[in-house]
Design a protein around this ligand. Structure first.
Ligand code: ZN
Length: 81
């Protein structure tokens, strides 16, 4: 199982690496289940539900409070506070 990390500078998410593949920052932190994330290019937010080598499952709650679990590639996600 691969560990995922996020960049403290640009907040992009990637498979464990010594530096960020997007901005080359070396300020990276481990990404955990339940971390809040945003789907890049959208206003959709959710929380990490499961991390696997195939990708990241995200629990998304929409404005009507409907919950769904969606699969994303790490490159489609961004860590939020
Ligand atoms: Zn970065």
């Amino acid at each position: 199982m691969d560990n995922y990390e996020y960049c403290d500078d640009c907040k992009r998410i990637f498979i464990e690496n010594s530096s960020c593949p997007f901005c080359e920052s070396t300020q990276v932190s481990e990404l955990y289940v339940k971390s809040p994330v945003n789907i890049l290019g959208t206003k959709v937010k959710g929380r990490v539900f499961k991390l696997s080598s195939d990708g990241i499952k995200v629990l998304v709650v929409d404005a009507q409070n409907n919950k769904s679990i969606r699969d994303y590639d790490a490159s489609k996600l961004k860590k939020v506070l």
